[in-house]
Design a protein around this ligand. Structure first.
Ligand SMILES: *Cc1c(COP(=O)(O)O)cnc(C)c1O
Length: 226
C-alpha cells in the first residue's frame, strides 16, 4: 500500500466519522449509538488495508464470494474484524456466509430462514440477523414487503427460533429517503427490534436523524468503486 492510499483512507474515514458525530449530536443522540459499517464491495484491497490501519473494524460486503476472497487474510492480521452481509444471500451460499460473516442483514424469506437455522444448528454458530424490508416495493430488490413483515417476523421467531436483531432497508434511488427511514423506525418499534440498518453515502445523516443504529457507507469512506 502506498502512503497516499493509507493517508486518503484515514482522512476520508475521519471526515465520515465527524459527520456521523455531527448528525448524532444534532439528533440528540450519542455518537456511540451509531455504528459505521464500511461497505468495501468492489474496493481495492489497498483501500481496505488503509481503513484497517486507521482503526476501522466493522465492514459490510454484498457478495459472499468476493468477501471470501479477501477477508480471511485480513482477519489473520486483525482478529477483531466484524463482517456484515448486506447483499442478497442465496441458499446455496449459506454455509460459506455463516462461516465468514458475523451478522446477516438480508434475511427476507422463509426458505433462507430455514437454511440459516439449519446451518446455525449444524455449526453452533448463531448469527444475529436483520430482516431486509423492501420499503419501496421494488421488484428487482430483495426484502420482505411492508405488508408481509409482521407475519414473516412471527414466523422467524416462532417457527425458526431465529434471533432477529433489527431491520434493514435500501430506499429507491429516486425517492426522498426520509419516509422510508420513518417507516422502518416505526416498524422496528412496533416489533420490539433495536437494530436499524439504514443510510448510505448520500443519505446517512438523514438516516441518523431517523434513528439508524448502523449506517452502511461505501463511497464516502473508500472513494468511487472500481
Ligand atoms: C453498496 C451498498 C452500500 C454503500 O453504498 P454507498 O453509496 O457506496 O455508500 C450500502 N448498502 C448496501 C446494501 C450496498 O449494497
Amino acid at each position: 500500500m502506498t502512503r497516499s492510499e493509507a493517508g486518503d483512507a484515514a482522512a476520508r474515514l475521519a471526515a465520515v466519522r465527524a459527520r456521523i458525530a455531527g448528525a448524532a449530536a444534532a439528533a440528540g443522540r450519542e455518537t456511540a449509538s451509531v455504528q459505521l459499517v464500511a461497505v468495501s464491495k468492489l474496493q481495492p484491497e489497498a483501500r481496505i488495508a488503509g481503513a484497517l490501519e486507521a482503526g476501522q473494524r466493522l465492514f459490510g460486503e454484498n457478495r459472499v464470494q468476493e468477501a471470501e476472497g479477501r477477508w480471511p487474510a485480513f482477519r489473520e492480521r486483525y482478529p477483531d474484524i466484524a463482517l456484515r452481509l448486506v447483499g442478497r444471500l442465496q441458499t446455496n451460499k449459506v454455509r460459506a456466509a455463516v462461516q465468514l460473516f458475523d451478522t446477516i442483514e438480508t434475511l427476507d424469506r422463509p426458505r433462507l430462514a430455514a437454511a440459516l437455522v439449519r446451518e446455525f444448528e449444524r455449526t453452533g454458530r448463531l448469527l444475529p440477523c436483520f430482516v431486509q424490508v423492501n420499503t419501496g416495493e421494488e421488484p428487482q430488490k430483495g426484502g420482505v414487503t411492508p405488508a408481509a413483515l409482521g407475519s414473516f417476523l412471527d414466523k422467524c421467531r416462532t417457527e425458526y427460533g431465529l434471533d432477529v436483531a433489527g431491520l434493514m432497508c435500501i430506499p429507491p434511488a429516486g425517492d426522498l429517503p426520509g419516509p422510508h427511514f420513518a417507516f422502518l423506525r416505526e416498524a422496528a418499534r412496533r416489533h420490539g427490534l433495536a437494530g436499524l440498518s439504514m443510510g448510505m453515502s448520500v443519505d446517512f445523516e438523514t438516516a441518523i436523524r431517523f434513528g439508524a443504529t448502523h449506517v452502511r457507507i461505501g463511497t464516502a469512506v473508500f472513494g468511487a468503486r472500481g
